[in-house]
Structure formats: structure tokens, C-alpha cells
Design a protein around this ligand. Structure first.
Ligand code: AGP
Length: 610
């Protein structure tokens, strides 16, 4: 899940590499490092911790060079430390790597027997020593890299190599995880992610699996897995180098929560025509595919999986279509039975989550009608590989905790539900009514955000707790799951979610006056049932925090805090609207606990390892 950026340029590349690293930091932030060729010599600087620590080290010890590579790490093999930080070196060669080498122990033994000394605990270091070994014999860096790649096992090992033996070019290889070349005016770049290239160029070449590229200042040559020189298309990115300024906000998560009305407005823009959803919103071939769809299978991870769980309720109820939802990490190792005319839907903010991508690739072999990617990042691997694409247009999301990506996914899935329901004859009036409810979402979210102050105050009740329970029913159950995930990932409070009806089947045993129980209680047909479940909590002395519809009466007592939503909302709007206060709750609790909430410990924004 590490971030890689490299450049062969005309002038000093260090500032460009550092800006690239700042844009890649969401991939991992355990350590950062860079290496440049200066006066024909390889020079390297690494620091434990964030990119800022590397910047401070550079301020005191400037490194410059016309070609260089840089890396931000999410530790897999070897703890976060300076010695384990990339680039790893062997003689005058430096390597930055993203992925896992499964046979690193065998290679290490062999290299040690050949006299190589290891300085780190990483799997990456075997790569650089093997390249050194082959370079000494082949005399050509590209050949040495290709020979090394041939020895590596474990599908995810993309890398960029810099050597004083060939100081004006980088060698980049794609094995499993994306590598993109950026064609600049004064030099060329290479990175694990388009975001790192955008400040310099939007002209891109995506390497294909097994490709090795020689990225020089004035030319880029690409060779396929068989060693034949190939041309890869040059695309102009649709992404902009979005501003990553915090503005008036303290954290990106806060900024992104408050951007939700604008993000939802973008997600809906040009997709509604005369009270109906345009099929073209899902791509030019969507009409005939969606007309044949007889069932939907959704696959995703984390927050995106929760969006899929919400959609299942809506697809079943509104479109009357069977819908299955799977965790991508489980799906890829199952043997799913695929009913005829099933649409496979992969949901991902980043479009690079390795399990979701692997699930998509597996699905392509299983006889689905077609595959659809619901994704926030144009030109991501997911959007390039799926048959149909729907971009959620949430805008760049930097906080590790996904917020605006989730609510725009819910809006996207609602649009999909409506289009599929139309094919199944819901009728223009019903469609118009649902579309109107959809169009109201940005305004309603704006109103929900007014709860910010009240929730900041409520957060004090959670700040010293070790556990919390979240309850919901129906489509609000995955919303409770999302609330629990938000709280645990950024505040480190252990939080679990349960369908409220499940309480007495086990989790009720945990309830006491030290266990806050959060419930989402819209005024729908499940409210009476939810009330009984909440009574069960009160009867055991549990402290209840209920986000409720304005019209719902709860017997207030000392152990119950009710937070009324600003407006009554339609059932189809409930999951999205009741998500917002739970995001705010997690945010304010984390602020009180003083965690690094945009970059919580042990996590990364994009999960590119299994
Ligand atoms: C959400 O807050 C998470 N940090 C995480 O669960 C995330 O949703 C998951 O890793 C999936 O990412 P994706 O949407 O980019 O595929």
C-alpha cells in the first residue's frame, strides 16, 4: 500500500518528488525516503514517520539531483523504522517497491550465501540485491530488473529502480499493482498513483501487467512481459490536481464531512433528466445491460461494503431484484454460484483496493451479465477494468475515514436502483417521486450538519469509554455498522454494531452502565420493534444515545439522551441522512481523545495488499 514516485528530469527533481509524496501519503505513513543521483553518485535520505519528517530532514541536509525516486511506506515486512524505510540500496542501486515478495526468505538465504549483507528486515531488500547481482553479470539495468522480476513470487511487487550505472533513466515495473508514467515537458515521471503526477502533467501512460519501462528525461520505452517493445496509449487525465488545502478546518475528515452537500450535488449533476435517471449515467452500453439484469451481486470492502449492504434493502424493495452482497476478501476465495443475467457491482472509493480488484477479475471469469464499477477515482484500475463505470464525483478524499465517498456511493446505488426499477415497471410517477427524494439529499445533509455543535458536546460522554455498541434495524443496520467502523478506526474505542433484533441473542450480556449504546431511530415501520429493543438496554442499566426522527417520542430518563434530527425524512433517504450524525460523533470523540484522526495508527487510505 506504499506510495511510489520517481522522475528523470532536466533540473533538480527533489521538490517534485516531495510534492508527489505528500499526495501519496494516504497510502501509508510509517516512514518516507528518497534517493537521487547527484554528481554521478547515489544519495539517500530516509525518516521514520510522516513525509513532513523527511521534509524537515531535507531542510537541514538538502539533496538534489536530476533523477530520483521516493517512497512513503505502510509496513508489511519489518516494523516502521528508518532502516526499514525505502529506498533500499545495494551499491549504487536504489529501489522503491509496493507489494509483497512471498519467496523473500529463500532469496535472502541465497544472497547471504553469495556474500550480500542485509541492512533491513524488509522483503524489498532482496530485490535490490538481486538487481545488483544480475547487473554485475548482464551489464544492463533493464535486463537485470527483468531477470530479478522473473525470480520473484507473490503477485504484488511493482517497483521503480534508480542506478548510478544509468543515471539519466529510471526502470519501472508493474507486477500486480498499478504503475503510471507521466509525460512531462522537462522530464518524465513514474508513480504508483496518478495523484502524484498531476501537479506536473496530465498526460499518462498506464503500464500493463508485466511491463517494464525505461523512463528517461526525453523518452519513455515500454517492454511487455515477453521483452518486446510495445506502445501503450497516451491518455489525458480527467482528474484535476484538486486542492488539498484544509481551509478553515482542523482535519481533512471534518472538511470532507462538511463537503458532503457539494459532493452529493456533483454526484447527481447531469444524471437526472425530466424527473428520471438517465441510463447513460452508467456508461454508453448501460441501457441494454440494465434491461437484461435479473439480479445484482455487490462486492466491496470496509465502508464501501456497508454501502452495498444498504443498497441490498433498496434493490429488493424498490426494484424487486435479488441482491447478494459480499466482502471482497471473502468473495475471491469462494466458489460463487452465479444466476443467469446477474450484474456484478464492485464499489470502491479508490478503485485500487486489491481484494476488490481481485474479486472483479475473478467475476469476469464466472459468467456474469456484465461488471459495473462504482468508484470515486477516474482512471483507477477498477474503472479501467469494469465493463460499466459510474463515477461518484465526491472529489479527492484524504482522511483515512471514508465519509463523503460513502454518502455519494449511497446516492449512486440509489440511482442504480431507480434505473433497474424502471426496467421492471415501477412507472414514471413513482420514479419521479423517488428522484425528487434523491434530489433533496444535498439540502437535507446540509441541515443534518447543523447538529455539529450538539454532537461535539455529546462526544464528551464517549471520550473515556473503552467500548460502544451501535444498533439499527433494516437498512439502518448497515448505517450502524458504518457508525461503529468510523468510531473504532479513528478514536480507537472498540465499537460493534448489531441489528437491534439480535441484541438478546448475545450482545445484551455486554450491556452495563459503562457501555454506551447508540441507536438510529427514524420514524419508520420498524420503530416499534426498535423501541422494545432499546427498552431491553435500559432495563439492564445501559446508557442510550438515540438519533431520532423529530416526531418520535421516547420516554426521556436519566439514562437516555435523544438527539433529534433536524427534519423528518423519507425511508429511502434515511440511511444517508442518519449516517451524517454518526460521522460527526466519531470525529468529535477522536478530537477529544487527541488521536491522529486523518491518519490513524496502522491504517492506510488505499489498501493495495491482501
Ligand atoms: C473506511 O473508513 C475505511 N478506512 C476502509 O474501510 C475503506 O472503506 C476500505 O478500505 C475500502 O476502500 P475503497 O472504498 O477504496 O475500496
Amino acid at each position: 500500500m506504499c506510495g511510489i514516485v520517481g522522475m528523470a528530469g532536466g533540473q533538480n527533481v527533489t521538490p517534485i518528488l516531495m510534492e508527489g509524496l505528500r499526495r501519496l501519503e494516504y497510502r501509508g505513513y510509517d516512514s518516507a525516503g528518497l534517493a537521487v543521483i547527484n554528481g554521478g553518485r547515489l544519495q539517500r535520505l530516509r525518516r521514520m514517520g510522516k513525509v513532513q519528517a523527511l521534509q524537515e530532514a531535507l531542510n537541514g541536509n538538502p539533496l538534489s539531483g536530476a533523477s530520483g525516486v521516493a517512497h512513503t511506506r505502510w509496513a508489511t515486512h519489518g516494523k516502521p523504522s528508518e532502516i526499514n524505510a525505502h529506498p533500499h540500496t545495494s551499491g549504487g542501486i536504489a529501489v522503491v517497491h509496493n507489494g509483497i515478495i512471498e519467496n523473500h526468505e529463500a532469496l535472502r538465504e541465497q544472497l547471504e550465501a553469495d556474500g550480500y549483507r542485509f541492512a533491513s528486515e524488509t522483503d524489498t531488500e532482496v530485490i535490490v540485491h538481486r538487481i545488483n547481482y544480475h547487473l554485475a553479470r548482464a551489464g544492463d539495468l533493464r535486463l537485470a530488473v527483468s531477470r530479478t522480476i522473473g525470480e520473484l513470487e507473490g503477485g504484488y511487487a511493482s517497483m521503480v529502480v534508480l542506478s548510478d550505472a544509468q543515471p539519466d533513466a529510471l526502470i519501472a515495473a508493474r507486477i500486480g499493482t498499478p504503475v503510471v508514467v507521466g509525460l512531462g515537458g522537462d522530464g518524465n515521471l513514474v508513480a504508483s498513483d496518478v495523484a502524484a503526477l498531476l501537479p506536473v502533467t496530465s498526460r499518462l501512460q498506464f503500464l500493463e501487467e508485466g511491463d517494464v519501462a525505461v523512463v528517461g528525461r526525453d523518452s519513455v520505452r515500454i517492454f511487455d512481459a515477453g521483452g518486446r517493445e510495445v506502445q501503450r496509449p497516451v491518455r489525458v487525465s480527467e482528474q484535476t490536481a484538486d486542492s488539498v488545502d484544509l481551509g478553515r478546518h482542523r482535519h481533512y475528515m471534518e472538511k470532507e464531512i462538511h463537503e458532503q452537500p457539494a459532493a452529493l450535488t456533483r454526484a447527481l449533476a447531469n444524471r437526472i433528466e425530466d424527473g428520471a435517471i438517465a441510463d447513460s449515467a452508467f456508461g454508453p452500453e448501460a441501457r441494454s445491460i440494465l434491461a437484461q439484469t435479473a439480479g445484482v451481486h455487490i462486492v466491496a470492502c470496509g465502508t464501501s461494503y456497508h454501502a452495498g449492504l444498504v443498497a441490498r434493502y433498496q434493490l429488493e424493495e424498490v426494484a424487486r431484484l435479488p441482491c447478494a452482497v459480499d466482502l471482497a476478501s471473502e468473495y475471491r476465495y469462494r466458489s460463487p454460484v452465479v444466476p443467469e443475467n446477474t450484474l456484478f457491482v464492485a464499489i470502491s472509493q479508490s478503485g485500487e483496493t486489491v481484494d476488490t480488484l481481485a474479486a472483479l477479475r475473478a467475476a469476469k471469469e464466472l459468467g456474469y451479465l456484465a461488471t459495473l464499477a462504482i468508484c470515486n477515482v477516474a482512471e483507477s484500475s477498477l474503472t479501467r477494468e469494469a465493463d460499466l463505470t459510474f463515477l461518484t464525483r465526491a472529489g479527492i478524499e484524504i482522511g483515512v475515514a471514508s465519509t463523503k465517498a460513502f454518502t455519494t456511493q449511497l446516492a449512486a446505488l440509489l440511482m442504480l436502483t431507480i434505473v433497474l426499477a424502471r426496467q421492471r415497471g415501477i412507472g414514471a410517477d413513482t420514479e419521479r417521486q423517488i428522484v425528487n427524494h434523491l434530489a433533496e439529499l444535498p439540502g437535507l445533509v446540509e441541515q443534518s450538519l447543523l447538529l455539529d455543535g450538539a454532537i461535539a458536546e455529546l462526544a464528551h460522554e464517549f471520550a473515556d469509554k473503552h467500548h460502544a455498541l451501535f444498533l439499527g434495524r433494516g437498512a439502518l443496520n448497515p448505517v450502524a455498522m458504518e457508525g461503529a467502523l468510523k468510531l473504532k478506526e479513528i478514536s480507537y474505542i472498540h465499537a460493534e454494531a448489531y441489528a437491534a433484533g439480535e441484541l438478546k441473542h448475545g450482545p445484551l450480556a455486554l450491556v452495563d452502565d459503562d457501555m454506551p449504546v447508540v441507536a438510529v431511530a427514524p420514524n419508520n415501520e420498524l420503530l416499534a420493534k426498535l423501541r422494545s429493543n432499546l427498552q431491553e438496554v435500559r432495563a439492564r442499566g445501559g446508557r442510550l444515545f438515540v438519533f431520532a426522527d423529530p416526531a418520535v417520542e421516547f420516554g426521556d430518563d436519566d439514562g437516555v439522551r435523544i438527539l433529534r434530527m433536524p427534519a423528518h425524512v423519507q425511508p429511502i433517504q434515511e440511511p444517508l441522512l442518519y449516517t451524517v450524525p454518526l460521522q460527526l460523533l466519531a470525529y468529535h470523540v477522536a478530537v477529544l481523545r487527541g488521536t491522529d484522526l486523518d491518519q490513524p495508527r496502522n491504517l492506510a487510505k488505499t489498501v493495495t495488499v491482501e
